[in-house]
Design a protein around this ligand. Structure first.
Ligand code: PMV
Length: 320
């Protein structure tokens, strides 16, 4: 059997870090894809071509599937798994979640011989891999890339996570989002989550800070739904200030954000961020793409546009 799985990347529009503490977050699946192709072969070997992805993560995802399935005989015949991806690695666009979800989906489909998938099961297993990787994930990354769309997410407990696929598309008049890649942070997501935990213990108004992030997440959601650009822009800007207060934005990213603001736009980091050097992807809102391109060029950074709210996992049986 030959199977191809495509998994989208993701962007957190608001609520990163706060979501680890039970606050809501708003995220979208985006049209940059990771692809996993799995082929069964009769040579009794397991061949893994991880491409630019972390091979440890790939092995962890394979291990979780093997531990879960009652019957692993199908894997004894040998198979080859190849990953290719257009999602920038380690910058907050969901590359590691896409690896886990893609590998798990491909193996589950190979094992069952059926390309119809159980996305809830896949999401649960991918969350387990995220836990091994990061220690204390909220689950927003794996959920967004699995189910796709525009996602309102909240984790109450480890056993109770609520996820709403919001029934609206982002209006064409608000299609002024751009992404600027400030570069891969030296810190991992797990390290940034730990840093925030330490910071919140030191702050005496930590609950207040988390509450304020929640308010911005709600404003961004309402701004998008009711097409209120001013509300949306102010909330993105204020959210960035709160993330700076939380200690997840480095000086380089801050400088670029201020320059974008001076040119009439707004921007915030998206994802875990980074403080020592680079801070990952910036979510930018600006009417003039040329202005953003100019700023990105000045700092030798990549800038691009993506479609927000695309579908989640897709599986194709290449034999049919
Ligand atoms: O791994 P990233 O950069 O996509 O960040 C994930 C979002 C966090 O809120 C920082 C962590 C989490 O598990 O929710």
């Amino acid at each position: 059997m030959n199977i191809k799985v495509s998994v989208p990347g993701k962007i957190i529009l608001s609520g990163e870090h706060a979501v680890v503490y039970g606050k809501p977050a708003l995220a979208v699946a985006v049209d940059k894809y990771l692809t996993v192709v799995i082929k069964s072969c009769r040579n009794k070997k397991e061949l893994i071509n991880a491409g630019k992805e972390d091979p440890v993560l790939v092995k962890e995802a394979i291990k979780i599937v093997k531990e879960t399935l009652e019957d692993n005989k199908v894997f004894d015949n040998g198979w080859e798994l190849t990953i290719t991806s257009k999602i920038p690695v380690g910058v907050g666009m969901g590359s590691s979640a896409a690896v886990s979800v893609g590998v798990i989906t491909a193996l589950m489909a190979l094992a069952s011989g059926d390309s119809r998938i159980n996305d809830k099961k896949i999401n649960d297993l991918a969350y387990k891999v995220e836990k091994k990787q990061h220690g204390n994930p909220s689950g927003i990354d794996n959920s967004t890339v699995t189910f796709g769309g525009v996602i309102w997410y909240r984790k109450e407990f480890d056993f109770l996570k609520t996820l709403w696929r919001l029934p609206f598309k982002i209006a064409a008049s608000l299609d002024n989002f751009h992404l600027v890649n400030t570069g891969k942070p030296v810190e991992t997501t797990g390290e940034m989550v730990s840093l925030v935990s330490a910071k919140l213990k030191r702050l005496n108004d930590s609950q207040n800070l988390l509450d304020k992030i929640e308010q911005e997440t709600k404003k961004i959601t309402v701004g998008l739904r009711e097409v209120k650009e001013d509300l949306l822009k102010k909330a993105i800007k204020d959210n960035q200030r709160l993330l700076e207060k939380l200690g997840v934005v480095g000086i380089f990213a801050k400088t670029i954000v201020r320059e974008i603001e001076q040119s009439g736009g707004v921007a915030k980091i998206s994802g875990a961020g980074g403080i020592k050097d680079k801070s990952g992807i910036l979510l930018v809102y600006h009417h003039d793409q040329e202005v953003i391109k100019k700023i990105a060029r000045k700092y030798k950074l990549d800038d691009f546009k993506t479609r927000f709210g695309v579908e989640g996992i897709r599986v194709e049986n290449l034999d049919l």
